[in-house]
Design a binder for this molecule. Structure first.
Ligand SMILES: [Zn+2]
Ligand SMILES: [Zn+2]
Length: 363
């Protein structure tokens, strides 16, 4: 990030700190306004990608540049955005193959329906691949075929950063003016991780000195990772020890109730996203295990809050086991190969530097 851009970013963040901002929270699905209850909400971040279904290699199709920008953002295309065209070329086909491998799809290199459906699914803003380094399937050896062992999918950040203390504090950006019901969602999510590792999480009222700082922001909010409105990217969090945890202010966050029973296409279960992002805050990268909390996508109107075997093995490799945690009580624990990959996401290393700079500038 250039110095001038960085200063502008800091100014934007400072501006954010001066203005009260309330995110859109709904106590339950029945409290969401009628205009958001349509079965198919249009104009969500990636809804336009549906038109690409069936598009083939060699075709020129209006809008494919935007799809290439998507793949660039998440690390599947290394080239600069300025070079993109609307041609379905080798660049796009290669990105599709890698993406399909990472998300357990048929590796066709084509924009088949299943691939498009996965592409438009809401997801974490963290990249999957940077400079050829992937934390997902495409960067791993094939699973053994004896049927007794499976490959673990968890991964860590560059240098395997982790917190060097057991008692961590978290706090909320005061301008969001969150209610106790919303804050309790975060408390429950932290506790899910604390159950399996020897870490404690306590809410702090002091924003600047807390280890983890949580805020809801809209669009470009000063860290080079802008949010994109309804659905699309939902949140992102930086690796230890930065502690920055940002969520998209424009989502329709549901904080309680059965989100899965609704027909609301844009409702997002807050706790599901928070549990995932805490994994990043503690040092985990993305996983190709669809059942894992650290899988990058989550469908709207769905809920996934329980840590799975892959998540537990990964986080315990970083911090050890909570002496009170009994694996026999966890029905999801299975016999896995515990070999980590060492694959990392270098974007997060950059983010850590940026976050560190923001901290220094704001103090
Ligand atoms: Zn993520
Ligand atoms: Zn951010």
């Amino acid at each position: 990030m250039r110095p001038t851009v960085f200063l502008v970013a800091v100014s934007l963040l400072s501006l954010h700190l001066c203005l009260p901002v309330s995110a859109r929270f709904f106590p339950n699905v029945s409290s969401i306004p009628h205009n958001l209850l349509l079965p198919n909400v249009k104009n969500t971040a990636w809804d336009s990608f549906r038109k690409f279904s069936g598009c083939h290699f060699g075709e020129r199709f209006a809008g494919l540049t935007k799809l290439k920008q998507y793949f660039y953002y998440f690390g599947y295309i290394p080239d600069k955005v300025a070079n993109f065209t609307d041609n379905f070329d080798d660049q796009l086909q290669s990105a599709l193959r890698t993406y399909q491998q990472n998300f357990n799809l048929n590796v066709t290199g084509q924009l088949d329906e299943a691939t498009v459906e996965q592409l438009i699914r809401p997801r974490c803003g963290n990249a999957d691949i940077v400079n050829g380094s992937t934390s997902m399937n495409s960067g791993k050896a094939k699973a053994t075929s004896n049927g007794l062992r499976t490959v673990s999918h968890y991964s860590f950040f560059p240098g395997t950063p982790r917190w060097r203390k057991q008692n961590l504090t978290y706090t909320f950006w005061p301008n969001n003016q969150l209610g106790d019901d919303t804050k309790s969602v975060f408390s429950r999510a932290f506790q899910r991780w604390a159950e399996v590792i020897p870490l404690n999480f306590t809410e702090s009222g002091v924003y600047q000195s807390a280890d983890i700082r949580i805020g809801f922001f809209r669009g470009d909010h000063g860290d080079g990772e802008p949010f994109d409105g309804v659905l699309g990217t939902l949140a992102h969090a930086f690796s230890p020890p930065s502690g920055w945890f940002h969520l998209d202010l424009d989502e329709n966050w549901v904080i309680s109730g059965d989100v899965t029973a609704s027909v609301i296409s844009s409702a997002v279960d807050l706790e599901s996203v928070v549990v995932h992002e805490i994994g990043h805050l503690l040092g985990l990268g993305h996983s190709s295990d669809e059942e894992a909390i650290m899988y990058p996508t989550i469908s709207a109107s769905s809920r996934k809050v329980d840590l799975r075997n892959d998540d537990v093995l990964g986080i315990q490799q970083l911090y050890g086991t909570n002496p009170n945690y009994n694996t026999m009580l966890s029905p999801s624990v299975q016999q896995n190969d515990t070999s980590g990959t060492g694959c990392v996401d270098s974007r997060w290393a950059i983010n850590v530097l940026v976050a560190g700079g923001l901290v220094l500038m704001l103090l």
